[in-house]
Ligand binder design. Sequence first.
Ligand SMILES: [Zn+2]
Length: 423
Amino acid sequence: MVMTRKDRTEGIYSRREVLDEGERRQFYLIQLKDLLTYAYRYSEDVKKRFDRAQFNVEKFKQLSDLKHIPILKKKELIFLQSMGPRLGGLLTKDIGELKRIFLSPGPIFDPEDRVDDYWGYTEAFYSVGFRPGDVTQVTFNYHLSPAGLMFEEPLRNLGCAVMPAGPGNAITQIEIMQKLRVQGFVGTPSYLMHLAQKAEEKGINLRKELFLEVAFVTGEKFSEKMRSTLEKKFDLIMRQGYGTADVGCIGYECFHKNGLHIANRAYVEICHPDTGIPLKDGEVGEIVVTAFNKTYPLIRLATGDLSYIDRAPCACGRTSPRLGNIVGRVDTTARIKGMFVYPHQVEQVLSRFEEIKRWQIEVTNPGGIDEITLFIECSAFKREDELLHQFREKIKLRPELKVVAPGTLPAQIKPIEDKRTWD
Ligand SMILES: [Zn+2]
């Protein structure tokens, strides 16, 4: 069967992707109520947490009631998992009843149960453009970490053939792609770029002698420039998925590149990183996810990733809300004078001033009071008032502005250098 580009860009995998607003709300309510009831009954840790917060499952009536459950920080998992059997009571069954157990950095154990599509990536792969009969190459690691098998299972569900290549051996990878006429790539965008470079060094014509048509990438941030470079080099569609090793799939792109459609296997909130209180649509905050997973119910897991919710309709027809791009990590975000300052917001303001080559924010606290200095590299800057005005509009802070000659800031700079001390 020959696939045309059109076949890869249309269609949906499951009816859940096109529920209308009322149906979706109802679906989330039923899934959450069921999950909370089950988890409270069978997970020792969930019972303890709900009791401590005086959260009564019986009183869970609407989605906004979820905010009464304290958020679970990812780093708490390391400690909790060491607290006794069943991964410290986080699991609702014995470890021996599972299908696989992985270990990801932390170290954190990642259990996988014996159910179909446990990690929930099948609809994501379909949305990205994988179709039955594709020959695919998975370049994620298969040992200890869940990545390799996590992305192989959905391909099996879709009816694709998988070459479990794992990472490394670029030349062998390219030879496999040539000989098997591999259509689908699964890996990081930087590894796909590495393969392109290696193949070009060997004099291979990427469009004529390789047959890639679609790439599922994840695991790192990439620029739109990198995406279009790779798409052109190979003549393929490259789309990304987003998730964690703990919960599996959280979101994925469709053909229209409108952000990440939230997976239908999870309820996602965007919350204030300190208080866990849900924010309004469009506001930037931490991604807090509750996957409908009864085996390992990580309720309100804070991922440490920052994004925002976009509910505008998408041309693909999927009705799930979307996460805007992942704009950063909670731990690289500084809180200055009580305000969160996100590097991407500063970038947005400064990108309007073409004469600024590079910038850095320095935060100090002489006498216990936060002071913020914005360094900009520019040979002759004349728009100080305009810059300070726009900075204050967007960031809600008034920095001291220091214009320095190009080349003054060190080569490797953190966007926000936090030099505050507390003693
Ligand atoms: Zn879409």
